[in-house]
Design a protein around this ligand. Structure first.
Ligand SMILES: [Zn+2]
Length: 163
């Protein structure tokens, strides 16, 4: 994705108030991000640990949503799958996140939820964690395919938030 300024990131969030967007903490190392290697910027708020954000580019414009992690975690002895990047991991590395819906639905407390990597680093994971059954294929092709699928799933989640 194209590099974003701090202001663009804050303004991109469609499901939180201006005050919340202005108050959030950007990811550690924001100034040094390698944007070309990101299909999606996802991070947990370093100052408000249950909060997180996902920002991607849609039609050349940044579009972001604020999410909130459940405060209960799954056991590290179970296996769970992130429903965005579809990486299977130990249960404690995946969390249930909810996003407040846009507009009146959100004001009435309406949310949508899904299981996502607890650190919201799906974009890095589609490049580094290649499932065993894909490992005999061309790595660049597999990464491109997984990145595209990640983007489609995130867009599906964002669409549910905005519906
Ligand atoms: Zn993930």
């Amino acid at each position: 994705m194209q590099a974003l300024t701090e202001r663009q990131v804050r303004r991109s969030l469609v499901n939180c108030s201006r005050g919340e967007a202005d108050g959030l903490a950007l990811p550690v190392g924001f100034a040094d991000l390698d944007w070309a290697e990101l299909d999606l910027l996802g991070w947990r708020d370093p100052k408000a640990p249950l909060r997180g954000y996902l920002v991607l580019e849609v039609d050349g414009e940044p579009l972001g949503i604020a999410v909130r992690a459940a405060d209960t975690r799954m056991s590290s002895r179970t296996t769970a799958m992130c429903l965005l990047c579809q990486t299977a991991q130990s249960g404690d590395a995946v969390s249930l996140f909810t996003a407040r819906r846009v507009g009146e639905a959100g004001r009435n407390g309406n949310t949508v939820g899904t299981y996502i990597c607890a650190d919201l680093a799906c974009s890095q994971r589609v490049r580094t964690e290649i499932p065993p059954w894909l490992q005999d294929r061309d790595p660049a092709e597999v990464v491109a395919e997984r990145a595209e699928e990640l983007r489609e799933r995130v867009l599906g989640f964002v669409a549910a938030v905005r519906r």
